[in-house]
Design a protein around this ligand. Structure first.
Ligand SMILES: Cc1cc2nc3c(=O)[nH]c(=O)nc-3n(C[C@H](O)[C@H](O)[C@H](O)COP(=O)(O)OP(=O)(O)OC[C@H]3O[C@@H](n4cnc5c(N)ncnc54)[C@H](O)[C@@H]3O)c2cc1C
Length: 436
C-alpha cells in the first residue's frame, strides 16, 4: 500500500520550508485574567487579537497546536475578492442595509489585507498582481459578466475576458473566457499568520500555544476557559476555529463541514515557463464546481490546489488526478518536478457563506469561509474585535446570523464524498455541453 501522510500533518508543506520564524509564544500555566480570550491562532483569531491590542484591550489567544497549525498555515494564500454569492444575491438575502455593508467590505477585502501588511510591515511575500478566473462554458461567462456589472456598482472594475483575453492573461487552455480582478493577489500564508502573531504580541497581546481549550463555562459575568495546564477568565470569548472546530461548544461543529483540500508545488520554474504560465504572477482559478487554484510563491514555484480525499490522510497517488487536471490546463507543465505535497481542512457551511454568530452574550464565533478565508478571515477577525469592543451590530460588515446545522453531521464524510462525485459529474457534463 502507498505511504499515507496525515492531512493535518505538515509533511512537505511548502510554507513550512519558506516561512519566517515563528514568534516566541508562551505556555499557559496557572491562572490568567484578560478582557478578551480568543480560541484559535489562525488568520481570524490573530487579526482579532491585533485589532484588539491596537486599541489597548487586554487579549489572550489560545491555540491548541502552533500558530498557523490550522488552515491558515496550509492555505493556498490567494487573497481574493468575493463570496459564493454576488452582490445582488447578498443584498436580497440580508436586506439592503446589512447586505450593502457586507458587499462594501467584500470589495475592499484585498486592499485591506495588503494595507494591513504594509502598515504593520508584515514579512509575508505579498503580491497584488490580480486574479484570473477561467470560465469553461458560455453560461459561466454570462454569470461572470453579470457579476462584473453588479460589482461595478460598488466601484470594482473587473475585466471580462474573451477566449484570447483569458489566454493572454493566464496562458490557460480550454476556457471560453473569464474574469480578471486587478486588486486580488497572494501572500505566504504561514508567514502572514506568524507575522500577525508577532505584530499582535508587540502591541501587548499574549499568545499561548499547545493550549487546547478543553472546557468553557460561564460563571457570573465571566467566561472560564480551561486547558490541561492553565485557566483563563475573560468577559468575552471569540471562537476562531473554523474547519478545526471541535466539541468544545455544543452544536457549533455541526454548522461547518471540514472538506479536505490538497496542495502541491513544483520546483522553481524557468523564466520561460513563467512567461507563458500565469505571466505577471497573477493567481488563477477555474470556475468549475470543483475548483483548481494556482499561484506562484516567491521562488517561482507554482502551487496548485484541488479537493482531496475525505480521509484524514493522503497518499502521493491522490495527486495523479490533480496533475492530470493541471497539465490539461497548462500543457507545458507536463515535465516539471512536483516537490511539495500537503493538505488541510476547508470549512463549508450550508449557506456557502461565512457567519458571525453570537452563541451567547460574550461568546461569539466567526467562521465558515468556504475556501475564501485569507481575505474573509482577516475581515472577520477585525469584525469580531469591533463587536467585542461594543460596536453596534448595525455597523458591522457581517450581519449576526444563526447559521443552520448540517443534518446527520456525523456522516459528513460520506455526504461530502457523494457531493464531490455529483459536482464532478456536473462539471464533466457541463464542459461537454451535455447540460446547460
Ligand atoms: C489547502 C487549503 C487551501 C486554501 N486556500 C485558500 C486560498 O487560496 N485563499 C483563501 O482565501 N482561503 C483558502 N483556504 C481557506 C483558508 O485557509 C481558511 O479559511 C482560513 O485559514 C481560516 O482561518 P481561521 O483562522 O479561521 O482558522 P484556522 O487557521 O483553521 O485556525 C483555527 C485554529 O483553531 C485551533 N483550535 C481548534 N480547536 C481549538 C481548541 N479547542 N482550543 C484551542 N485551539 C483550537 C486549531 O488548532 C487551528 O489552528 C484554504 C484552506 C486550505 C485547507
Amino acid at each position: 500500500m502507498a505511504d499515507r501522510y496525515p492531512i493535518d500533518g505538515s509533511r512537505d508543506a511548502l510554507w513550512m520550508a519558506t516561512a519566517v520564524a515563528p514568534a516566541e509564544t508562551e505556555a499557559l500555566t496557572g491562572a490568567l485574567k484578560t478582557d478578551v480570550a480568543i480560541i484559535g491562532g489562525g488568520f481570524t483569531g490573530l487579526n482579532a487579537a491585533l485589532h484588539l491590542a491596537e486599541r489597548g484591550t487586554s487579549v489572550a489567544v489560545l491555540e491548541a497546536a502552533d500558530v498557523g497549525f490550522g488552515a491558515s498555515g496550509r492555505s493556498g494564500g490567494q487573497v481574493n475578492l468575493g463570496l459564493n454569492l454576488g452582490p445582488k444575491a447578498l443584498i436580497d438575502l440580508y436586506r439592503p442595509g446589512p447586505g450593502e455593508r457586507l458587499v462594501e467590505a467584500i470589495v475592499k477585502t484585498p486592499d485591506n489585507v495588503f494595507d494591513l501588511i504594509r502598515r504593520h510591515q508584515l514579512d509575508c511575500d505579498p503580491v497584488q498582481n490580480g486574479w484570473v478566473q477561467g470560465a469553461v462554458t458560455s453560461r459561466q461567462l454570462k454569470t461572470q459578466e453579470r457579476l462584473a456589472n453588479e460589482y461595478a456598482d460598488f466601484g470594482v472594475q473587473f475585466e471580462c475576458l474573451d477566449r484570447q483575453g483569458l489566454r493572454d492573461r493566464s496562458g490557460a487552455h480550454g476556457f471560453e473566457g473569464g474574469l480578471f480582478c486587478p486588486t486580488a493577489g497572494s501572500l505566504q500564508p504561514l508567514s502572514y499568520t506568524r507575522e500577525l502573531c508577532r505584530a499582535a504580541m508587540k502591541l501587548g497581546a499574549r499568545v499561548f500555544t499547545k493550549a487546547k481549550v478543553n472546557n468553557l463555562q460561564k460563571k457570573g459575568p465571566d467566561w472560564h476557559l480551561t486547558t490541561d495546564d492553565g485557566r483563563v477568565t475573560a468577559s468575552t470569548v471569540l471562537i476562531c476555529t473554523n474547519a478545526y472546530t471541535d466539541d468544545l461548544i455544543d452544536g457549533l461543529k455541526e454548522r461547518v463541514v471540514p472538506v479536505r483540500s490538497l496542495l502541491m508545488a513544483t520546483e522553481p520554474l524557468s523564466d520561460d515557463l513563467r512567461k507563458t504560465i500565469m505571466p505577471g504572477e497573477v493567481t488563477f482559478v477555474d470556475k468549475r464546481r470543483l475548483i483548481l487554484y494556482l499561484r506562484y510563491d516567491r521562488n517561482g514555484r507554482l502551487c496548485v490546489g484541488d479537493h482531496g480525499p475525505m480521509r484524514d490522510n493522503f497518499a502521493l497517488s491522490d495527486y495523479q488526478r490533480i496533475k492530470k487536471r493541471v497539465v490539461d490546463v497548462f500543457p507545458a507543465l507536463a515535465g516539471v518536478k512536483w516537490e511539495f505535497h500537503w493538505g488541510g481542512r476547508v470549512a463549508m457551511t450550508r449557506s456557502s457563506l461565512p457567519f458571525l454568530q453570537m452563541i451567547q452574550p460574550g461568546l461569539i464565533a466567526g467562521m465558515g469561509y468556504n475556501g475564501r478565508g485569507v481575505g474573509m478571515g482577516s475581515i472577520m477577525g477585525r469584525t469580531l474585535a469591533e463587536f467585542a469592543l461594543g460596536k453596534s451590530e448595525t455597523m458591522l460588515p457581517f450581519p449576526l446570523t444563526h447559521p443552520k446545522q448540517f443534518p446527520l453531521h456525523q456522516f459528513h464524510r460520506l455526504g461530502v464524498a457523494m457531493g464531490i462525485r455529483w459536482h464532478g459529474l456536473l462539471d464533466w457534463l457541463e464542459t461537454r455541453r451535455l447540460v446547460v
